[in-house]
Design a protein. Structure first.
Lengths: 353, 353
C-alpha cells in the first residue's frame, strides 16, 4: 500500500487522543510482517524499531489523534466517526511513516537504525510524555528525532524548517475568579463576572513581532441572568519562544489576576521547539521566513533526544489546520516520503550524535 | 392546623415552578372540606373560591414554587427534596392563606367573597399568566387582589406597602455575539468573547437613585482555551419602574450590542407594580421608605384586576431571600394572618371597586 492509501484508510477512522484504538490496530496490522520490533506505549501508542545493527538511531514521530470536529470536506473517505476528524494532518503524518516502514522492510541502503513513533494525543496534554517516559523508548534512546507536519499557506509539496525555536511553546492559562452568589439586586462587593471581564479586557494580548500571544477562547460564569455568579473561569493560551519570556508573562498574569481578586494557573503543554542547526543544514529543507506561533508537543522529545528536527510540508492554498474543511492534494505525500528516505540514507546525518 | 404547621409541612416538600405536584396535593387536602369551590389552574395551580353571596370579591395570592437551592438552614423541617428549597417565603405565603381559609370555613363576619389563589411558578416566567388567563379566574373577576411577601431587613412582624410602583418591573436580557471559530493563533476579525466582554463592561449599570438596574449574572463563551468561540451569550436582568424607561434602556442596549456586532433580546418577566392608593390607605400598612428593586409577577394581575395591593411582611434581621440559609421567626405569620382577616372584614375595602 502506498502513503495515499494509508492516509485515506486512517482518515476514515479518526479518533480522539488516548482513544486511538482502531488507529493502533490499523498500524499494528500494517507493520506486523515488516521485520521490526514492536512495542506498545501507553494504551494506544506504538513504537516500531528497525534494528539494522548500526551505531546510531534516527527516530521519526507521527501523531495518531484526530480532533472533536464534525468533518465537512465531503471527501469520499471522510471520517466515519461522526464528530471526530483528522483536521490536523496526523493521518498524513502516519501514512508517510508507514510508507517509510515498507521501504525499510524491503531492504535498502540505510545508514542508521530507525525508530518509528506512533504517538497518541498530540492535541491533548501528555501524548509525547507517554512516549518519552516509556522504558522501550529510553532504552533505544535515539540520537536524532524528526517529524514532518503539514502546513497550509507554505509552498505546496516543499519542505521547510529552521534552526532553534521555529515554533512556539504553549501553555494553557486558567484564570478563576470567585464571587458572591446573591440575587442580582443585592449590592455585592465582589462580582466574579465583572472581575473576569475586566481581567480579560486588560490581558488579551498579542505582540506578534515579539513572538508572544496571550488569548482566551472560553469564559464561563454563572448559571442565571438574575443571580451573581460564585465563579467565573477563563481559559486561554500563551504562546512564547523563550522560557524567560514565559516566566515574566506568567508573573504579569498572576499580578493582574490578583488585582481582580482572581487566581491564575498555568499548565505547560509543550516548551518551544529547539531545532538542531546541524540537522537543519543537512536536511536540505528550505528555511522558514519566520517562526510560527503554533505549538507541538514534539518539543518534549528535545528533553531526552539531543538532535530534534521539525519539518513543515507545505500544502499550499488549502483551508487552515483545525478547519472542518481541511483537505489537501495527496500528491504532496511523495515529497515527505522522499525526505524521510533521504534522511535515513544520508551518511552525514547518521553521524550527528 | 395553624399557619406555622402548614408552613413547616410545605417547607419540607419544596418543589420548583410548574412542578408543584405534592404542594398542590397538600393544598387540595387542606381545603377540601372548607366549603369553597375548588378550581385547578394549569397543572399545579389551585383556586379556592368562597362565594358568600356578596357583591364584590377580594382575591389573595400566594406563590407555590421553591428554588433550585440546596438548603443549609439545618431546620428540623428542612426540605426533603435535595437541591430544592423554599428560600423566598412562598411556603409562608401559602400557610397564611390556608389559615385564612380555615377561618373563613368556620363562618365569620366577612364583607366580600374571597378567592384564594395558589399560583405556580412565580420564580419562572408564566406563573401569574397561567392564572389570569384561566376561565375560572376571569369569570370570578375579583375587584381587588392582595399579596403578602416576606421581606428581610424590614421591621419584624410589621406590614409595609405603598402607592403606585413600589417594586420594579423585570425583564430578562439575553445578548448574543457570533464570532469566527478558529485556532487561537489565527488573526480573526470577530472575536465573540471579546465583543461580549466589551459590551458587558460598557453596559453593567446601576442607577439606584433613578430606580434602574441592568446587571448580568451569566456569560458563556467558547469550548476551549485554544479555539476562538463561535458564540458568546450574556444573560442579565433589567429592573425598572416605568415603561418609557424600559423602552429607552432597551434601545440603548440594542445600540450597544450592535456596536459590538451582537444582538439583544428582551423577555418580559413582569411589569412594575401598580399598587392601589385607595387600598393602601385602607390597609393600615406602614409606608415603605423607598421602592424596592425586587420584582414579582403579582404585577401581572394588575392587567385584569383594577385594585392590586402588594404588602411586605418584615422578617427583621434574617438572611436575605434566595439565600440557602433563609429562615425566619414563625411568630410573624400571625401578623400576616391578622392583616388578611382584617381586609376581608373591612367594610370600606369591600367597597373599593
Amino acid at each position: 500500500m502506498n502513503a495515499s492509501e494509508h492516509y485515506r484508510a486512517l482518515h476514515r477512522i479518526a479518533e480522539e487522543g488516548f482513544c486511538e484504538f482502531e488507529t493502533k490496530k490499523y498500524i499494528l496490522g500494517a507493520i506486523e510482517n515488516m521485520g521490526c520490533a514492536i512495542y506498545e506505549v501507553g494504551k494506544t501508542g506504538v513504537l516500531a524499531y528497525f534494528d539494522f545493527g548500526k551505531s546510531t538511531t534516527s527516530a521519526f514521530r507521527a501523531e495518531m489523534d484526530a480532533l472533536p470536529i464534525t468533518e465537512k470536506t465531503g471527501l469520499p473517505f471522510a471520517s466515519e466517526n461522526v464528530g471526530c476528524m483528522h483536521a490536523c494532518g496526523h493521518d498524513a503524518h502516519m501514512a508517510m511513516l508507514l510508507s517509510l516502514a515498507e521501504r525499510l522492510s524491503k531492504g535498502c541502503d540505510v545508514l542508521c537504525n530507525v525508530l518509528l513513533i506512533f504517538q497518541p494525543a498530540e492535541e491533548k496534554r501528555g501524548g509525547a510524555e507517554t512516549v518519552v517516559s516509556s522504558p522501550d523508548f529510553l532504552r533505544i534512546a535515539p540520537e536524532r528525532i524528526f517529524a514532518i507536519h503539514l502546513r497550509p499557506q507554505l509552498e505546496k509539496g516543499k519542505l521547510f524548517s529552521g534552526i532553534g525555536a521555529i515554533y512556539a511553546g504553549s501553555s494553557e492559562i486558567v484564570a478563576t475568579f470567585c464571587g458572591e452568589q446573591a440575587h442580582i439586586t443585592e449590592n455585592i462587593k465582589n462580582d466574579a463576572l465583572e472581575n473576569a471581564a475586566r481581567f480579560y479586557i486588560g490581558t488579551k494580548y498579542q505582540a506578534k513581532e515579539e513572538g508572544l500571544l496571550i488569548r482566551f477562547g472560553r469564559l464561563c460564569a454563572g448559571t442565571a441572568g438574575n443571580v451573581t455568579p460564585c465563579l467565573a473561569e477563563l481559559c486561554g493560551t500563551m504562546r512564547y519562544f523563550s522560557e524567560p519570556e514565559k516566566i515574566s508573562e506568567t508573573e504579569i498574569l498572576l499580578r493582574k489576576a490578583k488585582k481582580y481578586g482572581g487566581e491564575v494557573h498555568i499548565f505547560e503543554y509543550a516548551p518551544p521547539a529547539r531545532n538542531s542547526g546541524e540537522l537543519f543544514e543537512l536536511s536540505g529543507c528550505s528555511r522558514l521566513s519566520e517562526p510560527i506561533l503554533c505549538a507541538d508537543d514534539f518539543s518534549v522529545y528535545g528533553r531526552v533526544c539531543p538532535h530534534p528536527l521539525y519539518m513543515l510540508l507545505g500544502t499550499g492554498d488549502t483551508p487552515p489546520l483545525h478547519s472542518d474543511e481541511f483537505a489537501f492534494d495527496e500528491s504532496i505525500l511523495r515529497f515527505g516520503e522522499e525526505k524521510l528516505f533521504y534522511i535515513v540514507r544520508n551518511e552525514k546525518i547518521s553521524k550527528v550524535i
